[in-house]
Design a protein around this ligand. Structure first.
Ligand code: B16
Ligand code: MG
Length: 219
């Protein structure tokens, strides 16, 4: 029986990917590495340090830096990112998300957040939707990033529900893999063919996420 919905943040609730992109792009420029929006797609759902490694790998430089230097660079990117997300307002919620959250809540299902971002609580606060969430997984406590199921399993555990009673919603391939590996029903948002194949249900855009249809396809 369905008991909870677990959301990804970036790409499902709001589009912070653009801010991550701008912050990585600037760091890349300082290192002489050019990053475009297409490459940025490959950073979605990927942790901060792993993102940096993928960027350095563009110029075969991932082994040129010590872990300490990489942490310094990642922190620099994050300081810039934190500045950028100050601009986030409730207007930045993706279409249909506010009413979906309200609808889920009034039907007494639980709601969790399974984001890889350590900045997720700050973004949720800026969007003014903290009241909808029964739990937000602290990304700093997650050892294995998506596609590992850890973050989704943690969200379920923190809400006292079993994985089989959860619907997970994601926009990234690694995220859908994570939901499936957790043993949950996976809903994908997007048009990517690989994403559709791995998910149990797909919508192209967030405003097509309707509670009654999600419940129906879960059953
Ligand atoms: P931070 P999600 C992910 O969020 C982003 O998609 C990814 O681009 C980012 O690197 C990651 O969070 C870590 O974020 O540097 O803020 O800790 O899609 O899992 O909500
Ligand atoms: Mg995402």
């Amino acid at each position: 029986e369905l008991q909870a919905f677990i959301f990804d943040l970036d790409g499902v609730i709001t589009d912070t990917a653009e801010y991550h992109f701008l912050a990585w792009k600037q760091l890349g420029e300082e290192l002489g590495i050019k990053i475009d929006r297409e490459f940025n797609e490959r950073l979605k759902g990927v942790s901060r340090l792993e993102s940096l490694n993928r960027i350095l790998a563009l110029n075969n430089r991932e082994t040129n830096f010590s872990l300490e230097e990489k942490e310094f660079l990642a922190t620099k990117k994050n300081e810039h990112y934190k500045e950028l997300i100050q601009q986030v307002t409730p207007n930045d919620l993706l279409p249909g998300i506010h009413s979906l959250l309200a609808n889920i809540k009034s039907n007494h299902y639980k709601i969790g957040l399974a984001s890889a971002s350590k900045n997720a609580p700050a973004v949720i606060e800026k969007l003014q939707i903290g009241n909808f969430f029964d739990t937000i997984v602290d990304a700093a406590t997650v050892k294995r990033s998506k596609p590992d199921p850890e973050v989704f399993l943690k969200a379920a555990e923190q809400m006292n529900v079993t994985a089989e009673a959860c619907i997970g919603i994601e926009d990234a391939e690694a995220g859908i893999e994570s939901i499936k590996a957790a043993g949950m029903f996976a809903v994908a948002v997007g048009t990517n063919e690989a994403l559709r194949k791995k998910a149990d249900m797909t919508v192209e855009r967030t405003n097509q996420l309707k509670l009654n249809e999600l419940i129906k396809s879960f059953q």
